[in-house]
Design a binder for this molecule. Structure first.
Ligand code: NCD
Length: 328
C-alpha cells in the first residue's frame, strides 16, 4: 500500500501513542493523580481504539496472570477486570470473598500481597480499609491497582467516568458536574472530584444531606486548586445547571448505625419528573450498583448512560492492564 500523508500521520500517532504508554509499564495505580493528564489521555485513546477494533491487542497478554483480590463485594469492577484480562488473552486467579482466603485465618495483608505477587504479574485489590492499596503496593514486587480502599479512592472507576464523559460529550473541560448522594463515604466521588479538579473550567455542585457532605480534605484540595464549587441540599432546583449528573447510592456498609442509614437512604430519587428539568445534552452517570436513587423509568431516557459507562469501564481497564504489563 502506498504511504499517504494520512497513513503516515496515523502510524506516527500510533508510535507516539505506544511510546507514551510505555511509561506506565510496571507502575501501580493507587490514586487518580498517580498518572499525569497526558498519560490518562493516552489511555483513553487506546481504550477507544480497542472499543472500535475488538481484535486490537487481543492476544497481547497471553501467558500473563492477573490476581484479583477482593476483600469487599464487587460485581462490575471485578468482572470488568477479569473480562479485560481474558479479552487480552491473559488469565486471572484470586478470590471474591475474603472468607475463602487466609485473611480469615489472621494472615496480614502484607503477607497475602507478597504471596500473590510471586504468582501473578499484576494485582487488583479491593479492601475495606483506607490506605490498604498503598500499603499493598509497598509490599508488592508487581504493580498494584486499587479497586477501592474503603471510603477513600477508586481510580479505575474514575478512568471509566472520565472516558465516558469524553466519549459522550467530546470533552473533559468547561463542564458543570453535579454529584448527588453519599458524598461522605462515596469513594468514586472523592476520586472523580479530585481528578476533575485538574481539568480547566470545571464547576462542581455537591448535593447531599448535611450528614453526608464531602470530606474536608477533598474540599481543601478543591480550594487549593481554585475549583468553583458549591454545596447544596436540593437536587431538583439544580437540575437545569448540569452537563453531567453523577448519582451515587448511600454506602450502607460504611454506616455505624442502621437507623441513620434508613433515615438517609432515600433522600434523593432521580425520576422522570426531575429529568424533565435537565438539559437536553445532560448525561447521568452512576458507578452502580443502584439501589433506589434512580428510578427504573429513567433508564429509557437517552441521557441515562450508566450502563454504557459500565462497558467503557472494561475498555479502559483493558488499556490499563496492557500498559501496566508493558505489551502496548
Ligand atoms: C462503587 C464502589 O464500589 O465504590 N461501585 C463500583 O465499583 N462500580 C460504588 C458503590 O458501591 O456504590
Amino acid at each position: 500500500m502506498q504511504e499517504t500523508a494520512g497513513s503516515y500521520a496515523a502510524s506516527a500517532r500510533e508510535t507516539s501513542l505506544h511510546y507514551a504508554l510505555q511509561a506506565l509499564k510496571g507502575r501501580s495505580l493507587i490514586e487518580p493523580e498517580d498518572f499525569s493528564l497526558g498519560e490518562m489521555e493516552e489511555l483513553f485513546l487506546l481504550a477507544e481504539k480497542i472499543e472500535k477494533d475488538e481484535k486490537y491487542l487481543r492476544e497481547s497478554c497471553r501467558g500473563k496472570l492477573l490476581a484479583t483480590l477482593f476483600f469487599e463485594p464487587s460485581t462490575r469492577t471485578r468482572l470488568s477486570f477479569e473480562a479485560a484480562m481474558l479479552r487480552l488473552g491473559g488469565s486471572f486467579l484470586g478470590f471474591a470473598d475474603p472468607g475463602s482466603s487466609s485473611s480469615s485465618k489472621g494472615e496480614s495483608l502484607a503477607d497475602t500481597i507478597r504471596m500473590a505477587a510471586s504468582y501473578a504479574d499484576t494485582i487488583v485489590m479491593r479492601n475495606p480499609k483506607e490506605g490498604a492499596a498503598l500499603l499493598a503496593s509497598r509490599y508488592s514486587s508487581v504493580p498494584v491497582i486499587n479497586a477501592g480502599d474503603g471510603g477513600h479512592h477508586h481510580p479505575t472507576q474514575t478512568l471509566t467516568d472520565l472516558l465516558t464523559i469524553k466519549r459522550l460529550l467530546g470533552k473533559t473541560d468547561s463542564l458543570t458536574v453535579g454529584f448527588c448522594g453519599d458524598l461522605k463515604f462515596g469513594r468514586t466521588v472523592h476520586s472523580l472530584a479530585k481528578a476533575l479538579a485538574r481539568y480547566n473550567d470545571i464547576k462542581m455542585i455537591f448535593i447531599s444531606p448535611s450528614e453526608l457532605v464531602l470530606p474536608e480534605y477533598i474540599k481543601s484540595i478543591l480550594k487549593r486548586q481554585n475549583v468553583d464549587f458549591s454545596e447544596r441540599e436540593n437536587l431538583e432546583k439544580s437540575m437545569p445547571e448540569f452537563d453531567v449528573l453523577y448519582m451515587t447510592r448511600v454506602q450502607k456498609e460504611r454506616f455505624f448505625n442502621e437507623e441513620d442509614y434508613i433515615r438517609l437512604k432515600d433522600t434523593y430519587v432521580l425520576n422522570t419528573d426531575k429529568m424533565s428539568a435537565g438539559k437536553e445534552k445532560l448525561i447521568v452517570l452512576h458507578p452502580l450498583p443502584r439501589v433506589n436513587e434512580i428510578s427504573v423509568e429513567v433508564d429509557s431516557d437517552p441521557r441515562a448512560v450508566y450502563f454504557a459507562q459500565a462497558k467503557y469501564g472494561m475498555y479502559v481497564r483493558m488499556a490499563l492492564l496492557a500498559s501496566i504489563l508493558g505489551v502496548v
